[in-house]
Design a protein around this ligand. Structure first.
Ligand code: ATP
Ligand code: MG
Length: 568
């Protein structure tokens, strides 16, 4: 491709709307443009990269025996109503009506549709196992679309679904996808970690996520270098720690704490430490209210709590009026004593002695509180978020934490959807049985964002050969120098003949502009025809190497072909 004919609207300024590196760079490099929050057009360079990501995904899915098909994105409501997800998705589902007032949605994920397809089309148990997939645009009306392609409302996903005769079959299909995912993310050049994930609301017997560690990741992950344990915060098991435990029980005391609401203010006011408190938070769980308690220096994990409570919608903090009604006090003075809603206490709370809680009375707290003597929780469980300083639940060594970008997710669904929609088969003896399913997603657009987040410097993107929009860029330094132009064109033609995805910068721009653009758009290898063109000597420079080499044209082309083919 010649750059004169290519739409590459690079920007020198950092667009104000972008907060994270990958988003900034994709805008600056002319990969994407925003249409509305979480909705983007993919310009030629962005699309080329995405197609390369898709192709890697496709090749590995095909190699693992999965079959590609393509479903509609505009979907009738019925299958989602049958599974219950028409309601479960709540406001994240884009819903619409046709001219005859029939309900439709834009597909957020396709378990129901694939299940229905197998119900309709598979006639004999002999056709199983089967894994079907598609690479398709998905729609989710995310609460916080942000970070460019990282969290879009319209995004590209590869979604696959496996269908097996029994659990043992599912284990085999799942492992095939697990292995394929490892190959895919390796080929994409992503430095990934596999973590155990929550399978809560979806049911099912196991689930893992593929995470790229990054400070901009929206998932918390806990991992142990000693034994290899790794889990999403939502799943990571917390071992109760000993702090504020073990003294003899002192007498319960009500203390006046005027105008102090937060733990920080209380710590200051009572001259103590956060771990001496137990905080009580009132939540709305569907149409009920519950209270949750953790030690004052801990955070409640709302996913763990939601799974425990078993509610459909995500938990929400109770509205102030509800808190006032339930606690008979202003917000900030809630405690478990005398509450008549269910109290969910974290395991650690059970070990604490003589702690401080809200007194359910404005401007008062209780001191020297002790479980069993002063109150009894309704449910005791691990409901807190793991943190630095915690220990590995497997081996007891210190746990580490990081933020992660979820690029893929594999999930043993079991029979949730086959039960709901009636996907059964008759076995050899004619007995009806339920098909066992798995589902497997990769965020194609998010993978590109993650790759850029992982590979960049102050000059722009540093993309792996496998997913860069072009593999090599050839630049004549002086756009008016015939000799340089001729040599650059020759190199470009030779590279193309050898099957290299080359780009020739034939624009009448200053050399500085061309070099800057080549760096910004992340092309892994640059060959420059400059002053020594008459001697057939060119500059050969890898995007992430500092120094260019001077090579004879023949050597440069040969080295380029070798480097590219080895790194594809
Ligand atoms: P998240 O927790 O990030 O919202 P999810 O768990 O809801 O994601 P899945 O239903 O597991 O997502 O979807 C499969 C994959 O699709 C995810 O692993 C992720 O890579 C990608 N994905 C999900 N939501 C988005 C989004 N809004 N924008 C871009 N990619 C997404
Ligand atoms: Mg997920």
């Amino acid at each position: 491709m010649k750059m004169k004919n290519l739409l590459v609207p690079t920007l020198r300024e950092v667009p104000a709307e972008a907060e994270i590196t990958s988003h900034k760079l994709m805008l600056r490099a002319g990969y994407i443009r925003k249409l509305a929050a979480g909705i983007y057009s993919y310009l030629p360079l962005g699309l080329r990269s995405l197609k390369k990501v898709e192709q890697i995904v496709r090749e590995e899915m095909d190699a693992a025996g999965a079959q590609e098909l393509l479903m509609a994105a505009l979907l009738p409501a019925e299958a989602y109503q049958a599974s219950g997800r028409w309601e479960v998705f709540g406001p994240s589902m884009f819903k619409l009506k046709d001219r005859n007032d029939r309900d439709f949605c834009l597909g957020p994920t396709h378990e129901e549709l694939f299940t229905q397809t197998v119900i309709d089309e598979v006639r004999s148990y002999k056709e199983y196992p089967m894994t079907l997939y598609q690479i398709q645009t998905k729609y989710r009306d995310e609460g916080r679309p942000r970070f460019g392609l990282m969290r879009g409302r319209e995004f590209i996903m590869k979604d696959a679904y496996s269908f097996d005769l029994d659990e043992a079959g599912l284990d085999v299909s799942y492992k095939k996808m697990y292995d394929a995912y490892c190959r895919i993310f390796t080929r994409l050049g992503l430095d990934f970690t596999i973590v155990d994930a929550d399978s809560g609301a979806m049911g099912g017997s196991g689930s893992q996520e593929f995470m790229v560690k990054s400070p901009v990741g929206e998932d918390g992950i806990a991992y142990c270098d000693a034994c290899g344990y790794a889990a999403n915060y939502e799943k990571a098991e917390c071992v109760p720690q000993e702090k504020n435990c073990g003294e003899t029980e002192l007498q319960l005391e009500k203390v006046e704490t005027p105008e102090v609401h937060t733990i920080e203010e209380l710590v200051e006011f009572l001259k103590t430490e956060p771990y001496v408190f137990a905080k009580t938070i009132i939540y709305k769980a569907d149409d009920k209210y519950i209270a949750a308690m953790v030690r004052g220096d801990r955070e409640i994990n709302e996913v763990k709590l939601k799974n425990l409570v078993g509610c459909t919608d995500d938990l929400e903090l109770a509205e102030p009026f509800a808190v006032r009604e339930i606690t008979h006090a202003q917000v900030g003075f809630a405690g478990p004593i005398g509450l008549d809603i269910p109290v969910y206490a974290d395991l650690e709370v059970m070990r604490m002695k003589n702690f401080i809680i809200g007194a359910n009375e404005t401007n008062y707290h209780y001191k020297n509180v002790n479980v069993h003597r002063d109150f009894e929780p309704t449910v005791v469980a691990d409901i807190r978020t793991i943190t630095d300083g915690d220990v590995c639940p497997k081996c007891g060594k210190p746990i580490k934490t990081a933020q992660g970008i979820e690029v893929g997710h594999i999930f043993k669904l079991g029979t949730k959807y086959s039960d709901a929609l009636g996907l059964t088969y008759l076995d050899e003896t004619g007995k009806p049985k339920v098909v066992v399913m798995g589902c497997y997603g990769i965020g194609v657009t998010r993978c590109l964002a993650a790759a850029i987040e992982q590979g960049n410097d102050e000059n722009g993107m540093i993309l792996p050969v496998a997913i860069a929009p072009f593999e090599v860029i050839v630049i004549p330094v002086n756009a008016k120098n015939e000799e340089q132009i001729k040599l650059a064109e020759e190199i470009y033609e030779q590279l193309k003949k050898k099957g290299i995805d080359a780009l020739l910068d034939d624009r009448e721009e200053r050399a500085g502009v061309k070099f800057k653009d080549a760096d910004l758009i992340g092309i892994p290898l640059r060959i420059v025809a400059g002053k020594k063109s008459a001697e057939n000597i060119v500059e050969y420079k890898l995007r992430n190497d500092d120094l260019p080499l001077e090579l004879h044209v023949g050597e440069a082309v040969e080295a380029a072909v070798k480097f590219i083919t080895e790194n594809r």
